[in-house]
Design a protein around this ligand. Structure first.
Ligand code: APR
Length: 237
């Protein structure tokens, strides 16, 4: 492991792999289909314009499904690190479930949005939302029926990139957990981190498309690798 003594500020990037052992399917781990539609064909502004009911039904199903899942030891280990780490720490997640928060983490940034939010495209407010959207419920703020999933679709800009790049500028260590490195800008963050002088570590079930950019890659399930790594970091801190 990197020389821990010089580590003060940590940025962690997580992907679907950290929620896999909680029973939430990854995007590219086999299936990836829903009612014979590829996820890439449903998670787009064009699909929403063409067939809003199809897209709303897809996200209603996902929003309901995640509420039946529980955080796994990888989520709770990161929450422990969040609580106990004396320096800066930011968990940048590509995931749209709330398992980091339910596992106890606080410093979480959802760059691809959140299933449990609804976004009103009329008044631009976001509301915590656990129910279906298919019946076009009125926006609690403006009353319009213009609520959509608060999910960053393909072709849309991820959220809060300025904050992410700002955190990377101060980072001594960048850790990537459970992501295939297939989707940018998330997949490029490790290169930003390296260029800015951070140490880099990847924890993943298998080698990812970005593995060559990491100084160290550990292969295995997140529920085992993450608690062990957190123990190591807190022990050396
Ligand atoms: N522990 C650790 N890693 C795992 C586990 C596990 N139990 N199970 C799977 N993985 C790894 C896989 O090896 C793979 O590299 O998690 C990664 C999941 O990759 P993807 O399914 O591509 O998910 P992700 O990288 O988060 O996708 C990025 O793509 O579809 C878009 O917006 C969507 O946020 C998503 C983005």
């Amino acid at each position: 492991m990197a020389v821990m003594a010089s580590i003060r500020n940590i940025v962690i990037l997580t992907g679907a792999g950290i929620s896999a052992e909680s029973g939430i399917d990854t995007f590219r781990g086999g299936g990836g289909l829903w009612e014979q539609h590829r996820v890439e064909d449903v998670a787009t502004p064009e699909a929403f314009a063409r067939d809003p009911d199809l897209v709303l039904r897809f996200y209603d199903m996902r929003r309901a499904a995640i509420q039946t899942k529980e955080p796994n030891p990888a989520h709770t280990a990161l929450a422990r690190l969040d609580r106990e780490w004396p320096g800066e720490l930011l968990i940048v997640t590509q995931n749209v479930d709330d398992l980091h928060e339910r596992g106890g983490a606080r410093r979480v940034l959802h760059m691809h949005g959140e299933h449990l939010n609804a976004w009103c495209t009329a008044c631009d407010r976001r509301h915590r939302w656990t129910a279906p959207l298919i019946a076009r419920p009125p926006c609690p703020a403006c009353g319009s029926s213009a609520l959509r999933p608060d999910i960053v679709w393909f072709g849309e800009m991820p959220y809060r990139m300025d904050e992410i790049y700002g955190a990377l500028r101060g980072a001594d260590l960048f850790v990537s957990i459970g992501t295939s490195g297939a989707v940018y800008p998330a997949a490029g963050l490790v290169r930003n981190a390296r260029e800015l002088g951070a140490q880099t570590l990847e924890l993943n079930l298998e080698r990812s498309q970005g593995s060559a950019w990491f100084a160290e890659t550990r292969l295995g399930p997140a529920s085992e690798l993450v608690p062990a790594w957190v123990e190591e970091v807190l022990g050396a801190g």
